[in-house]
Write a protein that binds this ligand. Structure first.
Ligand code: KG4
Ligand code: ZN
Length: 331
C-alpha cells in the first residue's frame, strides 16, 4: 500500500503545499513566491511574509488536492515545517497542519526544514542510499553533514558568520542586481570574468572545518566602491570565490570520510549551475556519484517537506499536536 503525505512549507518567503507518495510520486506541488511583496525592501520582511502565508496557504492546499485528485480523507499523514525559520511563517504552516490533522483525524509529522533539504535528494534519486556527504547551502545555512539515516545527521562543519545564500543576496544588493539575489548574481556572473577582481577565500586551506563568508562580502563592498570594476566582473569573481570555499571545505571532509555512497548537494544555492558543476568534478575526483536534486527541488518547496514527512512516517515518527514552532532548530 502506498502512503500519501500532504506537505506544507512556510518558513521563509515561499508558501507551498504538495502531495507526495512514499514511492516518490509527486501528485501535486504548488508554490507561491512572494518576491514582489518583498522586492521594495530588498529582502524578506517577516511580518509581510507571515500575513501572505495566512492568505495563500489554504487555497494552495485546496488546489493541490484537486490537482492530485485526492481527498483529505485519502491522505495518510500531514507534514508541516515546524522550524527553523521566520517564526510567524512557521507558526502559520504548523498551525494549519495541526488543524488539518485534527479535522481529518490524521497523524501530524513536524518536519525540520533542514531535514527537508537533507532528504530531498532521495526524492529525486531512488538509488541514493545512506550514508552520504551532504553540502547543505541555503539562504540561512551552510553546512556539511554526514547523512546516516532518517533523523541521523552528523554535522561536520557550519558557517561561523553568513550563510552562502545570504552572501549571494547581500552581494546582489551591493551590486544593485535585484532580489532575490542568488539567481541575479548567477546571471550577471555569466557575463563577467571570474578572475577580474581579487577577492579573499576565507578559511580555505585551514585545518578547522568551517565556512566563513562575511569577509568576502566586505571585500565585494570595497571592490564596488573602488569604482574600477564592472558589476558583472565583481559578480563572477564573487561567485568563483564562494565556489572555491565550498569546494575546499567539502574536499577537506571527503579526504577524511569513508564508506560514503555519494556526494550530495541541496538547498537554494544548489540551484547554481557553477556550484553544481564544480561539485560534480570534485565527486569524480573521489570516485563518488554526485547527486543534486533538480533546481526547483533545491529552493524552498513543499514536496521536500512531504517527502521528509513520508520518510519519518515510514520510520514510525509522528508528532503530538502540542509540538511547538521553533525559530531555531539545529538538525
Ligand atoms: O533553500 P532556500 O530556498 O531557502 C532557505 O532555506 O534559505 O535558499 C534560498 C537561498 C537564497 O539566499 C538565494 O539567493 C539562494 O538560495 N539561491 C541561489 C540561487 N538560487 C537561489 N544562490 C546562488 N545561485 C542561484 N542560482
Ligand atoms: Zn530552505
Amino acid at each position: 500500500m502506498t502512503t500519501i503525505i500532504l506537505g506544507l512549507e512556510s518558513s521563509c518567503d515561499e508558501t507551498a503545499a504538495a502531495l507526495v507518495t512514499d514511492d516518490r510520486r509527486i501528485l501535486a506541488h504548488k508554490l507561491a513566491g512572494q518576491e514582489a511583496a518583498h522586492r521594495p525592501y530588498g529582502g524578506v520582511v517577516p511580518e509581510i511574509a507571515a500575513r501572505a502565508h495566512v492568505e495563500i496557504l489554504m487555497p494552495l492546499v485546496e488546489t493541490a488536492l484537486v490537482e492530485a485528485g485526492v481527498e483529505l480523507a485519502d491522505v495518510d499523514a500531514i507534514a508541516a515545517t515546524a522550524g527553523p525559520g521566520l517564526i510567524g511563517g512557521v507558526m502559520v504552516g504548523l498551525v494549519t497542519g495541526k488543524a488539518l490533522a485534527l479535522a481529518a483525524g490524521k497523524p501530524l509529522v513536524a518536519v525540520n526544514h533542514l531535514e527537508g533539504h537533507a532528504l530531498s535528494p532521495r526524492l529525486a534519486d531512488p538509488d541514493l542510499e545512506f550514508p552520504y556527504m551532504l553540502l547543505l547551502v541555503s539562504g540561512g545555512h551552510c553546512q556539511l553533514l554526514r547523512v546516516e539515516g532518517v533523523g541521523r545527521y552528523r554535522r561536520l562543519a557550519t558557517t561561523i558568520d553568513d550563510a552562502a545564500g545570504e552572501a549571494f543576496d547581500k552581494t546582489a544588493k551591493l551590486l544593485g542586481l535585484g532580489f532575490p539575489g542568488g539567481p541575479a548574481v548567477e546571471r550577471a556572473a555569466a557575463a563577467g570574468d571570474p578572475h577580474a577582481v581579487p577577492l579573499p577565500r576565507p578559511l580555505v586551506g585551514t585545518a578547522e572545518p568551517h565556512f566563513s563568508f562575511a569577509g568576502l562580502k566586505s571585500a565585494v563592498l570595497r571592490a564596488r566602491d573602488a569604482g574600477i570594476h564592472r558589476a558583472d566582473d565583481i559578480a563572477a569573481s564573487f561567485q568563483q570565490a564562494v565556489v572555491d570555499c565550498l569546494i575546499d571545505r567539502t574536499r577537506r571532509q571527503l579526504a577524511d570520510a569513508d564508506e560514503l555512497t555519494a556526494l550530495v548537494v541541496a538547498g537554494g544555492v544548489a540551484a547554481n549551475t557553477v556550484v553544481r558543476g564544480n561539485l560534480e568534478a570534485l565527486a569524480a575526483e573521489y570516485g563518488l556519484p554526485f547527486v543534486a536534486p533538480p533546481q526547483w527541488l533545491c529552493t524552498d518547496n513543499a514536496a521536500m517537506i512531504a517527502w521528509a514527512g513520508a520518510e519519518r512516517f515510514g520510520a514510525g515518527l509522528t508528532d503530538d499536536l502540542g509540538v511547538a514552532a521553533r525559530a531555531r532548530w539545529p538538525l
